[in-house]
Design a protein around this ligand. Structure first.
Ligand code: GAL
Length: 757
């Protein structure tokens, strides 16, 4: 049976490549590293977009442990940017092209007794034959072995993937798993046992089938088998089952056994909307890039997963688009667990290259569908290069590949052009009309009618996959007015999204700020398009989404104001907007209650329209007294926020996502630190500096002395898996202040799920 061990530790790296070292590495010229790894840590901003474009070398000594002697040895790479060549003991083993897809290499035949040498030449230059490269791209791809590396020890035959195919009617699934098996020996016939377990691990159904497995790769599909009484996967109850597939030879010995996880649900995309389990759902989402400050993509899974939590539980959206590439297993698994729908996309940005480029793109589609098939959260495959032109021959083949691998999900492709040839099941469109019309010609048009986009004489399933983004970038330190403007654009588009019935939904550009090439961004290589900044700290636009949650689930009241008299034109703190799901708010200002304010009719299609507070009773010579905003729900006061006339620096508010981390694998969590006044309100214009200190078993990913951006900072703390101590700490000191040092204590324990070699 296969056993998977992590091979993230024990690597050596150097940022150059010399052909001669393939067979004879100059060991002492390398530095020890752990994976995930980036070829070069960048500064927060103002780096050169070429800094990570290099050819580098990774080496590792590798000995097959005694227990696995005689087994097949497969190396598994989950993400290497952008092309690698693997050599084992100086012999070429394989090449992989594509920075976002999984690859596996059987190295059994190249190994010898005792110590072996693995050598990886990693080419992180922007090769125009590998998507997304070839022209300009509005995002950084970084470089290196940035996702996990594993080694799989198996018998001569092993299950490489199980695709849990099913048809669902009511709560009964006709299950027909596809077993992808890699057989290095003779053909055989086998019994296949299938067992379905509920989330507690109880067996809810078991049955048997049979299949022939020829030599080489085969992928028999088992007969359809009914499984009744299932609990469906829903957004508010993301129920997941495990399915174990056991392949047993005639003589009773197990060939291989794997367990995969899935959820049972139906998805349907129609011209009038999107249906999950037969119920219509308006898709409200945000696009996500997987990059982080300093280390780019090289962020351990725990932090990747956290993004799914932020989207679902903080921003309260129901959909995410993996713009513009295959994202990590950890992120997708977490989307399954929290009930967040995923629009999964292949790599690419505007450019279609030559035949080799197209081959890689088609391979990306195969890899995406094979490796991500079992995620119930994924409702659609986006198989065109984002915002590329029409190329019917290329895209007809792309659709054919996707449909032949998966009949249960629709295909789509994201366009910025109108009247594009629709070869997919859903027409997806990036609708930035409110820029061209509203701001240029002073006409309000928020989203376009679908037929004016598709040019078709009839309606088709249609989805808006981007809006806002570059039309209104906002930095964390931008003033109230600009922050408010971005929030209002998001509110207006989502209002139109809710109001229309000719689209499945709208996904906004984007969740988090991201690093980019010099062709884009604010001159500092950052696109400030997020509703949250790169540290995942909210801007006002985030509150528009956050406040749409059912108040019975969470009460939200986020004022889009600093409540300071001189921040806006003419010394006026009012008008301002409050994003809330309260029934109304009351505001106290200039020492008196200035009234009760209700959800704005401008956004009346939103479940919880923001409230405009627009009754400024004062003049600039009046004594400013700060103010209070009070939220009421069902007649009762539920939330209150008070602002001081004399806000002064009082504290550094520190939060941490996790205080328990693993010390056997590289593991990471986020810490945030925000300067606040004496009432706990943020001070976005305080330009302080913080120093970070850690116990010797923890590392900071990035610099340890940092200036805040917009009054706050976020950083990620990573465990050093070579130190097995059970406790660690982080201390944060705000220099040049009286604020007492902050300390976070961590407990560290082994990761039982991951065995390390
Ligand atoms: C789109 C593109 C995105 C991003 C966005 C900025 O055209 O698909 O990747 O660049 O613009 O608003």
């Amino acid at each position: 049976m296969q056993e998977r061990l992590s091979l993230n530790l024990g690597w050596l790296f150097k940022p150059s490549f010399d052909q001669g070292e393939i067979s004879a590495p100059a060991w002492d010229t390398y530095q020890p590293i752990t994976i995930p790894h980036t070829v070069k840590e960048l500064s927060y901003n103002c780096f050169s977009h070429d800094e990570t474009a290099m050819v580098s070398s990774y080496v590792r000594k590798f000995t097959v442990p005694e227990t696995y002697r005689g087994k097949r040895v497969i190396l598994e790479f989950l993400g290497v940017m952008a092309r690698y060549q693997l050599y084992v003991n100086g012999e070429f083993a394989s090449e992989h092209r594509g920075g976002y897809s999984r690859s596996r290499v059987d190295i059994t035949g190249l190994l010898h007794e005792g110590e072996n040498t693995l050598f990886l030449m990693v080419d992180s230059t922007e090769d125009r034959q590998i998507p997304p490269f070839g022209y300009t791209i509005d995002y950084m791809c970084f470089g290196g072995i940035y996702r996990d590396v594993n080694v799989i020890f198996t018998e001569s035959a092993y299950i490489s993937d199980v695709l849990l195919r099913y048809d669902l009617e009511g709560t009964t699934a006709q299950l027909y798993p596809e077993i992808q098996l890699d057989n290095a020996a003779e053909a055989f016939w086998a019994r296949v046992e299938v067992e379905i377990q509920d989330p507690e691990g109880n067996c809810v159904h078991r049955y048997e089938n049979q299949a022939d497995f020829p030599a080489g790769f085969s992928n028999p599909i088992l007969d359809k088998h009914p499984v009744a009484g299932l609990t469906l996967w829903e957004l508010d109850r993301p129920y997941l089952y495990s399915v174990t597939v056991n392949v047993i030879r005639e003589d009773g010995t197990t060939v291989d056994r794997v367990t995969a996880r899935t959820g049972f649900r139906t998805v349907l995309c129609k011209p009038d909307g999107f249906y999950l389990n037969g119920k219509k759902r308006k898709l409200v989402g945000l696009d996500r890039h997987q990059s982080y400050p300093y280390v780019g993509y090289a962020m351990p899974e725990r932090a990747q997963k956290r993004d799914a939590d932020i989207l679902k539980s903080y921003l309260h959206v129901n959909t995410v688009r993996t713009s513009h590439y295959l994202q990590s297993e950890g992120f997708l698994s977490r989307c399954d667990e929290v009930g967040l729908l995923v629009f999964s996309e292949i790599p690419g940005w505007g450019y279609i290259g030559d035949e080799k480029f197209k081959e890689v793109s088609h391979q990306d589609i195969r890899d995406m569908i094979t490796t991500q098939y079992n995620h119930p959260s994924i409702f659609i495959w986006s198989i065109r290069i984002n915002e590329s032109g029409d190329d019917d021959e290329f895209y007809a083949k792309s659709n054919e590949i996707a449909h032949s691998l998966d009949r249960s999900r629709p295909t789509t492709g994201v366009r910025c052009i109108k009247n594009s040839h629709l070869l997919e099941d859903v027409y997806s469109f990036n609708d930035f009309i409110h820029w061209t019309r509203e701001y240029k010609h002073y006409r309000e048009l928020v989203l376009q009618n679908q037929q004016s986009v598709t040019g078709l004489p009839y309606k088709v399933p249609y989805l808006v996959t981007e809006y806002c983004g570059h039309i209104y970038p906002v930095k964390p330190f931008d003033g109230e007015e600009r922050q408010l403007r971005q929030a209002q654009v998001h509110a207006r588009v989502q209002n139109a999204n809710y109001a229309r019935n000719d689209a499945m939904g709208a996904i906004g550009w984007c969740a988090f700020d991201y690093q980019t090439h010099g062709d884009y961004g604010s001159g500092d290589k950052i696109c400030y398009h997020g509703v949250m900044d790169i540290f995942r700290m909210p801007k006002y636009a985030a509150y528009v989404y956050r406040s749409q949650v059912d108040p019975e689930q969470e009460l939200v009241m986020e004022p889009c104001t600093l409540f300071a008299r001189g921040e806006n034109d003419d010394n006026k703190p009012i008008p301002f907007m409050v994003c809330t799901n309260c029934d109304y708010v009351e505001v106290e200002c200039y020492g008196k209650n200035i009234g009760r304010f209700f959800p704005s009719l401008v956004y009346s299609s939103l479940p919880h329209p923001p409230i405009m507070v627009d009754n400024d009773p004062g003049t600039w010579v009046d004594l400013w007294q700060g103010g209070t905003i009070i939220g009421y729900y069902q007649g009762k006061e539920v939330l209150r926020r008070t602002y001081s006339r004399d806000a002064y620096l009082k504290d550094l508010k520190v939060t941490v996502d996790d205080t328990q981390l693993h010390n056997t694998v590289p593991d990471a969590t986020r810490v945030t630190a925000a300067f606040v006044d004496q009432l706990g309100n943020p001070l976005p214009y305080y330009n302080g500096v913080v120093c970070i200190e850690t116990s010797d078993n923890l590392d900071v990913m990035g610099p340890r002395t940092v200036a805040v951006v917009g009054g706050h900072i976020g950083f990620w703390v990573q465990t050093k898996p070579i130190c097995r101590k059970e406790a660690g700490y982080v201390k944060i000191r705000a220099i040049n202040t009286d604020i007492p040092e902050k300390r976070i204590d961590f407990t560290l324990c082994p990761d039982d799920q991951v065995r390390v070699l």
